[in-house]
Write a protein that binds this ligand. Sequence first.
Ligand code: ATP
Length: 746
Amino acid sequence: MRLKSIELSGFKSFAKKTELKFDSAITAIVGPNGSGKSNIAESFRFVLGEQSMKSMRGRRGEDMIWNGSSVAPRAGRASVRLVLDNADRALSLDFDEVAFERTVARDGINEYRLNGSPVRLRDIAEHLAHANIGASGHHIISQGEADRILSASSRDRREMIEDALGLTAFLYKREDAEKKLEKAAENIREVEALRRELSPHLKFLTGQIKKIEEGEALRARLAEAYAEYFTREQAYLTAEGKRLAGESEAPAAEGRELEHRIARLKAELGKKGRGDAASHELVRLEKESTAAREKRESLTRDIGRLEGELAARERLSRAASARSIPAHEAASFAEELAKALEGALELDLQALRELLRSLAHRAREFAARVAHTAESPEKDSARDLAARKESLERELAEARAAEERAASSIAELRRSIESEKDANRDTERELFAAMGRRGELEALLSALSSRRELLAREEALFKEMVGEAAALLGREALQYETHTARNEKGEALADADLAKEARAEQDERRRKIERMKIKFEETGESNAGEIIKEHRETVERDEFLARELADLAASAESLRSLIADLTKTLEERFVKGIDTITKQFDAFFKMMFGGGEAKLSVVKERTRRATAMPEDEETPEEEAAEEYEEGIEISVSLPHKRVKGLHMLSGGERALTSIALIFAMSQVNPPPSLILDETDAALDEANSRRYGDMIETLAKKSQLILITHNRETMSRAGTLYGVTMGTGGVSRLLSVQFEEALAVAK
Ligand code: ATP
């Protein structure tokens, strides 16, 4: 890469557009004091992005702009355009020619352009670093600043040397990586914070999911328990129904038969109406018999009376003869009376009455006879009486016959009634037996009926439970019919086996189901779907964050290793560079002073440099490395003098030492250009020659732009520019020959 030209417009004292072409390896700019030479060196700093106004001898950006004078009005903006030949692609830009341009305006605008396109300062700096034109400006040595490198702090010196060694590009890269690492660390912290934030919610949701899963498991167990219960219950109900139907068949049939029998027996016994007729008949016969007996008794009495009358007539007729009642007759009457009275003791009341009536009658008859015997004879004829007696006796015989007939009819009827009664008693016994059996059957049927009622209740309960299960578990609860009940060994059971089981087992199952149901209802999560969705989303988010974290960690890791690599490269190059510079420095020093010794040494200095490393990942060694940073110390010893240390050097000696170091640095990694503003001012003639020799050496590797008053230096230049300042403070540039240059310089 080569400098082609620089163009200043409105920059400081260059009020008019002024272009310098750099056609030679060495260009010298000469001119009297205050003509504006240094402004040219500054224009290089300016266009290359120098930020420090101080190093460009100004307080503000505005100080860079032509201030105006009687000959030219002040400019609104200052701009510098540097054109580089990039045919060798030293700048990583695909252009043969690259123009950097910087403009500042009074309103504060500060622009950078690269081949006309606006760019950031950072872009310019990177490109320049790539081409080994660093920002530290080691390649631009301002007037009086030759020994800047000597007076700089060892850390700043290190920076200059790093710049000279072309390490700036690596440093930029490292800085870049460190920034990225810092960003990654920040992102890691952010993502970790997000995950931490998410964690309690995720935990909560995981808990919910566990509950839901438990609920699902419980639901499955409940469904299984229901299926088992229903299958068995169904089998039981069917079997029990059949059994009850079977058991009631025979008793029902028997009951029906019994009913018929009982009806028949009752009908048979119902014929007892005939018995009533018989008893009426009996009553009638008894009345008949009584009437016949009474008639007989009355007839007997009448006959007795007639006989008594007849006998009395005889006695009367005899008395008529005797006119008295014989004693024996009276005695017989008394005897008859006594006998009758004695016999009365045995008689019932009725007979007694009859007897008393007849005795009274007999007594009155006896009295009448006594009277008759005494007073008049009987007028009735005996024959009439006898005839009446005969008729009465016939009647009596008839009455007797009637009485006998009635008695025999009664006896006959009584016998018939008795035999009928015997026949009824058998029927009744049979009826009672049948009714007793019917009672038994009724009890049996009633027991069966209450069993059926129980079964109906069980069926109702079963249906209720099925409904309940369906409400709780949905349709699947109704699919128990496809379920196969199994015993403890897991063997499938037939319906017949199931019905044999004791009811207590089913009761126990039902109680178990009740308990499970309560538990299930407790765990029941109504919005399970939503929770599952939210959990899945949260897990996904957490996983995404975890991946993000892993990616970040991986990129942080690769950045760390990049940083470590860069650090190592920097370290190696630095150490090697320092070594080379030291050798060159020593050689130039010896050349300048005709002996002596100069060297650079690396020293550790405390640093407060911020770290991009996440603190918790730092190892103690790294910590130490962070705490200390290397700086560069310079030590010299002059020949034949006991001078050691920079502070003891004279101005000229310092100038020579710094030139030796600057040249040494340019040797290691030659910059494309080197601008030296009166670096040679303090040299005497002999040293000026040595300086001139060194310049020629340097010019083989770097393009030199020398601002000088030194004749020796001018003599080595291929191109000479003279700068003059006319009236109005405007710098003018002219291309001059050596002889003219000498004149201009004065
Ligand atoms: P010497 O040989 O003494 O070092 P020189 O040739 O290097 O002198 P410079 O220091 O480059 O001279 O020039 C400084 C001149 O530039 C001064 O005259 C100063 O007034 C002028 N100058 C600086 N800034 C501006 C500006 N903004 N506008 C106009 N003139 C300016």
